[in-house]
Design a protein around this ligand. Structure first.
Ligand code: NI
Length: 256
């Protein structure tokens, strides 16, 4: 049994063959997923999916690319959406200094406002952080009561250990299966198993042997299989452990 902790199944690229993807997920043993918002429309879509399918849960929030739309009015809308019992996290929020589509100061402000909302509502967060390690950790430290996951982790082992020390989780995508994934591999090998989440981040980040193609939640077992190989365990063991980790972090009830 696998839980995809980070998917964007509301993406328009899934519209045509949505039912086929659901069938493939079932076939691959993927029995639960978190659908993650990036902006207001995708946050609303995530809630809708979670309402429709009992094995989907939602996160709502603004990705750093959407940070320039985060103001008090938007926070109020997210606060309302979070009243839905199937919304289990704020996300994805954070910092992206690689693309830097939005100025850094604006990104930091939006990140802080959404961390404050998570604190107010006692919800975990899903963090997107790229090439902003120092500022990312600094803002995490400003909100010691807020826990979450650094998804599609791209930082050092040292920083991963710092996050683990603070009670956070580390999320791995198909990147860990890539030939040049030295850093992600090192982190996946060395952090405690009870802090690891697996995810697709679909439609992006398809694992080998599907690299470069459209990703979907049925491929998350490939991420588990790679981590299992690194740690000398069976893929099912990684599936079970990472599902339990995600359920613990997001307070998702057992079953399904
Ligand atoms: Ni994402």
């Amino acid at each position: 049994m696998y839980l995809d902790s980070h998917a964007h199944l509301d993406d328009e690229r899934f519209q045509k063959d949505f039912e086929e993807i659901l069938a493939r997920m079932k076939h691959s043993g993927v029995t639960a997923m978190m659908n993650i918002g990036c902006d207001l429309p995708s946050s609303e879509n995530s809630v809708r999916l979670a309402e429709t399918y009992p094995w989907v849960w939602a996160a709502v929030g603004s990705h750093p690319d959407d940070a320039d739309h985060v103001d008090e009015a938007r926070i109020a809308v997210y606060r309302e959406l979070c009243k839905h019992p199937r919304v289990k996290a704020i996300g994805e929020i954070g910092l992206d200094y690689h693309y830097e589509d939005v100025p850094r100061e604006v990104q930091k402000q939006a990140f802080r406002m959404q961390m404050a909302l998570a604190q107010e509502l006692s919800l975990p967060v899903v963090v997107h952080e790229r090439e902003a390690h120092e500022d990312g950790l600094r803002i995490v430290d400003e909100f010691p009561d807020v826990k979450g996951v650094f998804h599609c982790y791209s930082g050092s082992l040292e920083m991963a250990k710092e996050l683990v020390k603070r009670g956070w989780y580390i999320g791995f995508t198909g990147v860990v299966t890539f030939k040049n994934a030295r850093k992600a591999v090192e982190v996946a090998e060395n952090i405690p198993l009870d802090r690891i989440l697996i995810e697709t981040d679909c439609p992006y980040m398809a694992p080998e042997p599907y690299r470069g193609r459209r990703n979907d939640p049925s491929l998350v077992p490939f991420v588990a299989a790679k981590i299992a190989q690194l740690r000398g365990l069976a893929p099912e063991d990684i599936g079970k452990a990472t599902s339990e980790n995600a359920r613990r972090l997001f307070c998702i009830e057992e079953g399904k």
